[in-house]
Design a protein around this ligand. Structure first.
Ligand code: CO
Length: 213
C-alpha cells in the first residue's frame, strides 16, 4: 500500500474511535473553538504539540515553523498571534523548542542553505548576543542545546515586544508567555521561563497605550 493511503485509513478508524466514546463528538467540536493556549513550536515531526501535552482537538491553537521563531515581520506568525490574543482570548502562549533542533544546528554552521539563510539568520543573531556564554561550552551538543534554550527565551521576549501582546496585557492582564524545551531523548518538557502580563521590558520596546486605542 502506498504510504499516504495509511493516513486516510487511519482517519477512518479514528472517526470510529471517537464516535464510539461520544456519538456527537464531531457535532459538538464543529460548533466553536475556545482554546486556552497558543502553541508556537518547531515544525520537527518528532514534536507533536497535542501528543506531548496530552491535549485534545480544541485545546491548542497551533503555529509551527522551523526552530519556533517569533519574527516581528512575519505576517503569518503575527496573524496567528493576533487572532489568538484578540479573538480567541488565549490565556497562555507557549513557545516550545526542542533539544537537537535541526534549525538551530544549521544556524551554528557556516553552510549556506539558500532561502533558509534568511530564516536562520534570526538564530545566528541569538548566538551573537550570547557568544560569551556559548563559547564556554567545549562540547558541541551542550552548546547547541544551550542555544536552543536561549533561542526559546529570545522568542518569548519577541512575543512580549509586540503591540498585540502589550495591548492585551494593558487591557486584559493576559496572556502569560511560557518558554519550554522538549527533550527528544526522554520525552520530558523543561519549563524554562515565564513572562507574566505587565512585565517590564527594555524601555525601547514598551508601547504607550494610555492615549491611543
Ligand atoms: Co526543530
Amino acid at each position: 500500500m502506498e504510504s499516504y493511503k495509511k493516513l486516510l485509513l487511519a482517519n477512518k478508524s479514528w472517526i470510529q474511535e471517537k464516535l464510539v466514546l461520544k456519538p456527537d463528538y464531531f457535532e459538538e467540536l464543529a460548533k466553536d473553538q475556545k482554546p486556552e493556549f497558543l502553541w508556537l513550536g518547531c515544525s520537527d515531526s518528532r514534536v507533536p504539540a497535542e501528543e506531548i501535552t496530552g491535549t485534545q482537538p480544541g485545546e491548542l491553537f497551533v503555529h509551527r515553523n522551523i526552530a519556533n521563531l517569533a519574527v516581528h515581520t512575519d505576517f503569518n506568525m503575527l496573524s496567528v498571534l493576533q487572532y489568538a490574543v484578540d479573538y480567541l482570548k488565549v490565556k497562555h502562549i507557549i513557545v516550545c523548542g526542542h533539544y537537537g533542533c535541526g534549525g538551530v544546528k544549521a544556524a551554528m554552521t557556516n553552510q549556506h542553505f539558500g532561502l533558509l539563510n534568511k530564516w536562520l539568520r534570526n538564530i545566528k543573531d541569538v548566538y551573537r548576543h550570547n557568544r560569551q556564554e556559548l563559547e564556554i561550552y567545549g562540547d558541541q551538543e551542550k552548546k547547541t542545546n544551550r542555544l536552543v534554550e536561549l533561542n526559546v527565551m529570545e522568542q518569548v521576549h519577541n512575543l512580549a515586544r509586540t503591540s498585540i501582546v502589550q495591548r492585551a496585557w494593558h487591557n486584559f492582564q493576559r496572556p502569560t508567555i511560557h518558554g519550554w524545551v522538549y527533550d527528544l531523548k526522554t520525552g520530558a518538557i523543561k519549563d524554562l521561563v515565564m513572562v507574566k502580563p505587565g512585565t517590564r521590558l527594555d524601555d525601547i520596546y514598551m508601547f504607550d497605550f494610555s492615549e491611543s486605542p
